[in-house]
Design a protein around this ligand. Structure first.
Ligand SMILES: Nc1ncnc2c1ncn2[C@@H]1O[C@H](COP(=O)(O)OP(=O)(O)O)[C@@H](O)[C@H]1O
Ligand SMILES: Cc1cn([C@H]2C[C@H](O)[C@@H](COP(=O)(O)O)O2)c(=O)[nH]c1=O
Length: 214
């Protein structure tokens, strides 16, 4: 049975690396797939991993229709066995519905990769629809650590090291330090308390209590 799978986890947990590995492994076993992305950090139509791997990909614009694309490929005599879709959080609900139709009616495997929630802990529309429709949602086992060494689970957006909680849902960016606007993965407790690494360094040494008074 073909499957729609959603591989998720916070930023910097290895999703794009796994997407490229899936594509590579399947293609070396004679299967023919297509790689998709939307607004990759590199600014190019490609899937890029922080491990240095990258591969050209088809850009999923708002108007892009996965169903029409696959039907056109198949009726044009091309072979399509599976789809690998990175940055799927940015896809629309309609995109995800098209992917589910491809799985059900064409029996093609669709492997999607993306973060679940934004910097305010709200689900992205594409991720929400994937959780609703996917046959399986898999959380990647490894991931970045919060500055306190707990497992990093929540994506924070920071400006000069301070966490912000207002702004556009989509601002393409990275977790690299040294940038004015960047992302930092925190544990839930420190995300709730807006305690980024910079703020922790400035205010806590060592952290006096595991909770806030008042
Ligand atoms: N130099 C390195 N050596 C080993 N692993 C690395 C190195 N640089 C990055 N990584 C791994 O790559 C992961 C990020 O991979 P990436 O596919 O870009 O993540 P995502 O797509 O989830 O944002 C990091 O969590 C880390 O485990
Ligand atoms: C939390 C959050 C992230 N983004 C952007 C930042 C990156 O461009 C991607 C995530 O990429 P990764 O491969 O998982 O590292 O999403 C955003 O636009 N809004 C957010 O709230």
């Amino acid at each position: 049975m073909a499957e729609l799978v959603f591989h998720t986890g916070p930023m910097d947990c290895g999703k794009s690396t796994l997407a490229l590995q899936f594509h590579h492994t399947q293609s070396t076993h004679g299967r023919q797939g297509r790689l998709f992305t939307q607004q990759d950090r590199s600014g190019t139509s490609s899937v890029t991993s922080r491990l240095g791997l990258s591969s050209p990909a088809i850009e999923v614009t708002e108007e892009f229709d996965f169903w029409r694309y696959v039907i056109a490929e198949l009726t044009g005599g091309k072979r399509v066995d599976y789809l690998v879709c990175d940055e799927a959080q940015f896809y629309t609900g309609e995109h995800v519905e098209q992917l589910a139709r491809i799985v059900d009616e064409l029996q093609l495997d669709v492997y999607t990769f993306g973060i679940l929630a934004d910097f305010r802990t709200k689900l992205f529309p594409g991720s929400q629809r994937l959780v609703e429709l996917a046959d399986r949602t898999e959380t990647l086992p490894l991931g970045p650590l919060c500055w306190c060494s707990a497992k990093g689970t929540h994506n924070a957006r920071t400006v000069n090291g301070l966490m912000v909680t207002e702004g556009s849902q989509v601002v393409v960016g990275d977790t690299e330090s040294g940038m004015e606007v960047r992302y930092e993965v925190l544990c839930r407790a420190h995300h709730r308390r807006r305690m980024t690494a910079t703020r922790a360094k400035a205010t806590l040494s060592p952290e006096p209590l595991p909770f806030e008074l008042g």
